[in-house]
Design a protein around this ligand. Structure first.
Ligand SMILES: NC(=O)c1ccc[n+]([C@@H]2O[C@H](COP(=O)([O-])OP(=O)(O)OC[C@H]3O[C@@H](n4cnc5c(N)ncnc54)[C@H](O)[C@@H]3O)[C@@H](O)[C@H]2O)c1
Length: 358
């Protein structure tokens, strides 16, 4: 088993091991966090991954409750949060309650936010069951819900007490969801680790514990420097500026992973045009995305719509889109400790032309 510590104000472990959920580690760990356990699970995977945990807590004679919810972006809402809170209140749970989130990123964002505000903050433990949640959503403490105005607009920074990753659960995950997670895996390699990039060029998905642990290390090393995204944490947004705008322009018909892949191609191409990145590295980036079945160009998308949403990006300053760019594979472009750069409409257009086919 690998244990990675997130060294924030309060240190917490990330455990990674095949078969981890069959051991007693999670049960023993939660014993120290509260007298009552409430497991909140994505209803689609509850029978497979949450109910066996309930049985384990019951065997250990620990008070445990299971709540399920429909985990999708529409339901990742203030209304669902309130419904879950009302159910926990109805169970009579007080401050010595520990929540366990079992599911993908929607579940951890939702349950983390419930934990952040219930009784002004109770312990939460994550059991991520998608690749994206393992390498991204469960690390770093961002929690929150969507509103009609946009994604994740209401939320809090709130760290879990521990993260339990069992890569074996990925065997039931749809191929499309693996691809979504791979976009983030490739992102980490591009922004921070050339050796890891070379590794994933040569190894497909037969090394999950290793791949997941490298990503967790990379993300936590950034979070430790900048928990609240005041500076270097911005590098994690590589590919996401155009990615998010494209997702909205396509009314979420393009998956998050595909949108981020296209955003990474555009940002890498812009890096080439600004003479930060060499063309050979750009081509390697395009090739690795293709190798993992991620798109590098898209047809039938209105460029003007993408531009409209770019102007609404949360990270804009004075309505000017800011992009994370790269100097090479494994190296983000930084000037005077600024990790994102304002770009002109002309250069953004060039990036968009690279990915938007007529
Ligand atoms: N907090 C953060 O830092 C952060 C980072 C990245 C993404 N996110 C958020 O994460 C969310 C996306 O997360 P996601 O991609 O995990 O989506 P998700 O939670 O919707 O899971 C994707 C799908 O996989 C199913 N599923 C989950 N685990 C499974 C398993 N083991 N086997 C079979 N099916 C399984 C789910 O039911 C769902 O249909 C977004 O809302 C995004 O905003 C948060």
């Amino acid at each position: 088993m690998q244990t990675i510590y997130c060294n924030l104000k309060e240190k917490h472990p990330i455990y990674i091991d095949n078969g981890l959920l069959n051991t007693a580690l999670l049960i023993d760990y939660c014993l120290g966090l509260g007298s009552t356990i409430v497991i909140i699970a994505d209803e689609k995977i509850s029978a497979q991954y949450a109910e066996p945990l309930v049985a384990k807590f019951n065997q250990a004679k620990i008070i445990v409750h299971l709540l399920k919810f429909t985990a999708n972006e529409n339901n990742k809402s203030r209304e669902t949060k309130q419904e879950l809170e009302d159910k926990i209140l109805a169970l009579g749970c007080g401050r010595d309650t520990c929540l366990i989130a079992v599911g993908g990123g929607i579940t951890s964002d939702m349950v983390g936010f419930v934990a952040a505000t219930y009784c002004r903050g109770i312990p939460v433990v994550y059991v991520p069951t998608t690749l994206l949640a393992m390498v991204d959503a469960s690390i770093g403490g961002k929690t929150g819900v969507n509103t009609p105005q946009g994604k994740n607009l209401i939320g809090a920074f709130y760290q879990p007490k521990a993260v339990f990753i069992d890569p074996k659960v990925l065997t039931t995950l749809a191929a499309e969801e693996i691809t979504n997670g791979m976009a983030e895996v490739i992102k980490y390699a591009i922004i921070k680790d050339a050796a890891f990039f070379a590794f994933i060029q040569n190894h497909q998905q037969d090394s999950w514990p290793y791949i997941i642990s490298v990503c967790c290390q990379l993300k936590k090393s950034v979070i430790e420097l900048d928990e609240k995204e005041q500076g270097i944490r911005q590098i994690l947004n590589f590919g996401h500026t155009i990615g998010h705008a494209l997702e909205k322009a396509a009314a979420h018909k393009v998956s998050h992973g595909a949108a981020v892949a296209l955003g990474m191609v555009a940002a890498s191409y812009i890096s080439v045009r600004l003479n930060y990145l060499d063309l050979a590295s750009f081509e390697k980036i395009v090739n690795i995305l293709k190798a993992y079945h991620l798109p590098v160009a898209i047809k039938n998308i209105a460029k003007e719509e993408i531009k409209k949403f770019l102007l609404l990006d949360k990270k804009n300053k004075n309505r000017i889109p800011h992009f994370v760019l790269i100097d090479g594979i494994g190296k983000v472009h930084a000037a005077d400790n600024y990790y994102s750069e304002p770009l002109t409409a002309e250069i953004i257009e060039e990036g968009l032309n690279k990915i938007c086919l007529p």
